[in-house]
Ligand binder design. Structure first.
Ligand SMILES: NC(=O)c1ccc[n+]([C@@H]2O[C@H](COP(=O)([O-])OP(=O)(O)OC[C@H]3O[C@@H](n4cnc5c(N)ncnc54)[C@H](O)[C@@H]3O)[C@@H](O)[C@H]2O)c1
Length: 386
């Protein structure tokens, strides 16, 4: 028997019971659910990561839908419990859903939502921040200053890398990878090399047009190249940022062998998922190559770092905060709530999850649709017109 967990309740007499496993930023998501006759229960248990048993206790005997987090293990056990309680909807408050067994959800007829689009720029901006922090050794310099070690300007003090004119490599040029590439190309006049399973025509057109603009102004134009393999990116780029989804094909994509292909003074950024890098191999590589630097937002065994990583001066590490801007986090909460609400109300799935702005407009009611359901096709859900 699962132990009860503490909750806070909005609209106790609501017809539909929706559970959120965490308190989420903003109030719009709560208001939208309450306005549509939902009783909203938010878990207030003082525990960062809920166990499967905790979530089973939250689901209880009758539950129409759950909003969950990427730290939770949404597999057979939870989808079976949700289905038994009459639930037909689950949404991750995240764009990545590698913590969700979508096949298990399909088996129980549960729609799985995610929150794309709303975190693209925020996540790309953190990747850009880590790129600059690593290139200009900002964290090391900050620690040095606070330790009272600064005795005056010196020619060799914290010399780092100039980005302008160097090559930025992007692995996974989807929404976030492309936004990051544009920031680095436009902001720092870097040349681009990218690898993705698909061609990113819009990104290529952007770099071409910006290159032409620079040329017309008498400046060195920027260039782009779509690499035939990931190894080509690793060998040629000075700064590499990882933005693929995490699945079987991208697990340990950057391993010992691939690290050894990279330039000795390269910078590697990861704001995707921790397991895209073999972190043990990375620690060894950082030890052997002091001029190689990394900026990491995500880790293989979160919340832990592999032994040795915390001691490395050439690593900048932050606790999975890439999507942590107020606008984005409130928007993620809204999209997750609307995914669950839409399925409860029998609304269709939104036709283009890359265009979710209408759901985020606070001055108008959201469209009668689920913003992003990843298994809409598998469940043969109807699709709305845009
Ligand atoms: N750190 C964070 O807080 C944070 C925030 C948002 C997203 N993310 C991660 O970023 C990922 C990407 O998000 P997105 O919105 O850009 O998704 P997206 O689907 O738009 O982009 C992913 C891209 O990866 C490419 N890809 C897939 N397999 C690949 C492979 N083997 N090699 C190269 N490219 C491959 C896809 O073709 C696609 O273009 C998410 O899945 C999530 O895991 C992390």
């Amino acid at each position: 028997m699962a132990k009860p967990v503490s909750i806070e309740v909005y609209n106790p007499s609501g017809k539909y019971r929706v559970v959120s496993t965490k308190s989420m930023p903003g109030t719009r998501w709560i208001n939208l659910l309450v306005e549509q006759d939902c009783r909203v229960e938010i878990c207030t248990q003082n525990k960062t990561i809920l166990s499967v048993d905790d979530i089973i206790a939250l689901i209880g005997d009758k539950c129409d839908g759950v909003i969950g987090q990427l730290t939770e293990d949404w597999g057979e056990t939870l989808f079976s419990a949700l289905s038994k309680a009459g639930g037909k909807a689950f949404s991750n408050m995240a764009v990545g859903y590698n913590n969700v067994d979508v096949n298990a959800a399909n088996k129980y007829g549960v729609a799985v939502g995610n929150t794309p689009g709303v975190l693209t720029e925020t996540t790309a901006e953190l990747a850009a921040s880590l790129s600059l922090a690593a290139a200009r050794r900002i964290v090391e310099a900050d620690e040095f200053m606070r330790a009272g070690l600064y005795e005056g300007w010196l020619p060799h003090l914290f010399v780092g890398n100039l980005l302008k004119g160097q090559t930025v490599g992007v692995i996974g040029a989807g929404r976030i990878g492309s936004a990051y590439a544009r920031m680095m190309v436009e902001g720092f006049k870097m040349n681009l090399i990218y690898f993705d399973l698909y061609q990113s025509t819009r990104l290529e057109k952007f770099v071409t047009a910006y290159g032409e603009f620079l040329k017309a102004n008498g400046e060195q134009p920027v260039t782009w190249k779509r690499a035939a393999s990931m190894d080509e990116v690793l060998q040629q780029a000075d700064l590499i940022s990882l933005h693929p989804i995490l699945d079987k094909t991208t697990y340990h994509l950057v391993n010992k062998e691939r690290l050894s292909m990279m330039k000795k003074e390269a910078i590697l950024i990861n704001c995707s998922r921790g397991a895209v890098i073999d972190e043990v191999a990375l620690v060894e590589h950082l030890k052997a190559n002091p001029m190689f630097r990394v900026g990491l937002d995500v880790f293989e065994d979160e919340p832990f770092m592999k032994p040795g990583l915390a001691d490395m001066k050439n690593a900048v590490v932050v606790p999975h905060i890439a999507s942590a801007s107020k606008w984005t986090r409130e928007g993620m909460a809204t999209l997750a709530a609307l995914n669950v609400l839409g399925k409860i109300k029998g609304y269709p799935a939104w036709a283009d999850p890359n265009r979710v702005e209408p759901f985020l407009n606070e001055n108008a009611p959201p469209p009668a649709a689920c913003p992003s359901i990843v298994n809409a096709k598998a469940l043969s859900l109807p699709v709305s017109k845009l």
